[in-house]
Design a protein around this ligand. Structure first.
Ligand SMILES: NC(=O)C1=CN([C@@H]2O[C@H](COP(=O)(O)OP(=O)(O)OC[C@H]3O[C@@H](n4cnc5c(N)ncnc54)[C@H](O)[C@@H]3O)[C@@H](O)[C@H]2O)[C@@H](O)CC1
Ligand SMILES: [K+]
Length: 473
């Protein structure tokens, strides 16, 4: 939900606007529960759940409304809730603050609106919320809970200690699983969160990458890139991209002559050379051993399409049960390989067609086609294009970052490496979606400087910026 919020904001629909819709929705349900002229007591906490009800108070002009704020107004925890409190006071809507819970007097209202706590609750209700919850439960009023009854966990329906026993719940955007277990009528209100905030990647998706302060080396991934042969730069780009996307270690397994080149490109990479000038089935058992110690394998950059290289990819995948990103020529092996591995395939549209998938000039049609093909394959697809389409066969996301300057060689290798790094820390669909978003963002920054003259190494340098959440700044 936090990710969707940030994405909505980036689309021009800020949270305060959603709060206005939430408050309006609360007022609408209130009108179903009491006749005009009736009395409504609003019990508001100091977070955004309370903020929703402060908005509702402004809408309920035909009722006798009293707002009880739990705690001091200075301690309201969000700007948008505070702004709505200030508006309420300025508009002279009857209000009082409850500092001493023992003196909490609800009066005898027709409806009580419980807006103490919503999805932000942690642990058992503290004071004055616990006393207020008991007072609400003891009253004869109809109880309308905002988003979730205070004290109830929205995900599980569980309570730790006292919780509000609601008759009705007006919840926002989507049903909450925890509400199903309650003995309350639930209204799901649309508050104007755009569908695009969920379907398109956005800055909110980056929130999933926040790290714990106590992180250790190795927590963020050890990536093995297998590739090189006819091309020497591709595996080096992918491995460096893995590092720039946050992996702790990036290794390249490639033919000896490529290994020398790769080491020359960057001292940050660990390189294992194998004999011969391209990958062959004879290398597979060593590769499996190397891969067993890594979090994710990126297969394909610069590998070429020699028959024995592709046979080696097939044999590898048949014995591998970890997570692999499959790119470039290695992709053609995927449709009929029997593997227990979790695969994230990163084809462009030509490669998709070669895999047996379909494409279309209309991106909305492509969305459906990619979703269906991912389900058929049983793997995650990141199909590159002006709009990248990402699906695990269940959910479909679309990425709009990037620009035509990125048609230059090597940008796909960067994307594959970044996807590998992110797959160490995120589920496959999210890893692919965030990688596409960040890679495109890095490309957009690079295009600002180099236009259509941008090259893949420009992306490497800008990947960290592409992955940086503005919220952390
Ligand atoms: N997109 C969204 O997520 C939207 C959410 N909205 C509302 O925002 C709510 C979530 O807001 P917040 O994240 O501010 O969280 P809440 O308003 O649910 O609670 C946060 C406050 O409760 C306190 N608190 C936490 N656990 C407590 C406990 N056990 N006893 C006493 N106090 C406790 C915190 O210190 C904080 O002040 C939702 O439930 C919904 O009502 C709406 O405004 C519209 C949009
Ligand atoms: K509530």
């Amino acid at each position: 939900m936090a990710a969707v919020d940030v994405n909505a904001e980036s689309l021009g629909v800020p949270r305060k606007q959603l709060m206005e819709s939430s408050g309006n929705a609360v007022a609408r349900v209130c009108r179903d529960l009491a006749e005009p002229g009736g009395s409504v007591a609003i019990v508001a906490g100091r977070g955004n759940n309370g903020g929703d009800a402060l908005v509702a108070a402004r809408f309920l002009t035909e009722y006798d409304v009293t707002v009880h704020l739990l705690g001091r107004p200075e301690t309201i925890s969000t700007d948008i809730a505070r702004e709505n409190w200030d508006a309420l006071v300025a508009c002279d809507i009857p209000h009082r603050t409850v500092i001493d819970s023992t003196a909490f007097d609800l009066g005898d209202p027709d409806v009580v609106v419980d807006a103490m706590l919503g999805t932000g609750v942690t642990g058992a209700l503290r004071e004055p919320e616990a006393t207020a919850a008991r007072a609400i439960n003891d009253s004869s009023a109809t109880v309308l809970a905002v988003d979730v009854p205070s004290g109830v966990d929205a995900d599980t329906g569980e309570t730790a200690g006292v919780a509000v026993d609601a008759d009705h719940v007006v919840t926002f955007h989507d049903d909450k699983p925890g509400l199903d277990a309650l003995d309350a009528a639930v209204t799901v209100a649309d508050i104007g969160i755009p569908a695009a905030a969920e379907s398109f990647t956005g800055p909110g998706d980056l929130l999933a990458l926040r790290r714990h302060a106590q992180s250790h080396k190795g927590d963020h991934g050890d990536v093995l890139v297998v590739g090189g042969g006819p091309y020497t730069g591709a595996p080096a780009l992918a491995a460096q991209a893995a590092l720039r996307a946050g992996a702790d270690l990036a290794r390249v397994a490639c033919p000896d002559h490529v290994a020398r080149e790769v080491q020359g490109y960057s001292e940050n990479l660990i390189v294992s050379g194998f004999d011969g000038d391209h990958l062959e089935p004879g290398h597979v058992s060593d590769l499996l051993e190397l891969a067993a110690e890594r979090d994710v394998v990126v297969f394909g950059p610069g590998l070429g399409d020699a028959d024995d290289s592709l046979e080696a990819v097939r044999e590898f995948l048949e014995s591998y049960d970890g997570t692999a990103v499959v790119d470039a020529d290695a992709l053609q092996v995927v449709p009929d390989v029997d593997t227990e591995a979790t695969l994230i395939c990163t084809p462009h549209q030509g490669e998709l067609v070669k895999m047996g998938g379909q494409t279309d000039t209309d991106w909305e049609t492509r969305r459906e086609l990619v979703g269906e093909f991912a389900a058929e394959l049983g793997h995650t697809l990141l199909v590159k294009g002006a709009y990248d389409v990402i699906s695990d066969g269940d959910e479909v996301r679309v990425n709009r970052t990037g620009n035509p300057g990125m048609t230059v060689g090597g940008t796909g290798d960067v994307l594959a490496g970044a996807t590998g790094a992110l797959a160490c820390v995120l589920p496959p669909l999210d890893a692919a979606a965030v990688a596409a978003y960040a890679n495109g963002r890095a490309g957009d920054v690079a295009a600002g400087e180099f236009g259509n003259g941008l090259v893949a190494t420009d992306l490497l340098e800008r990947l960290p910026a592409g992955l940086r959440s503005e919220i952390d700044d």
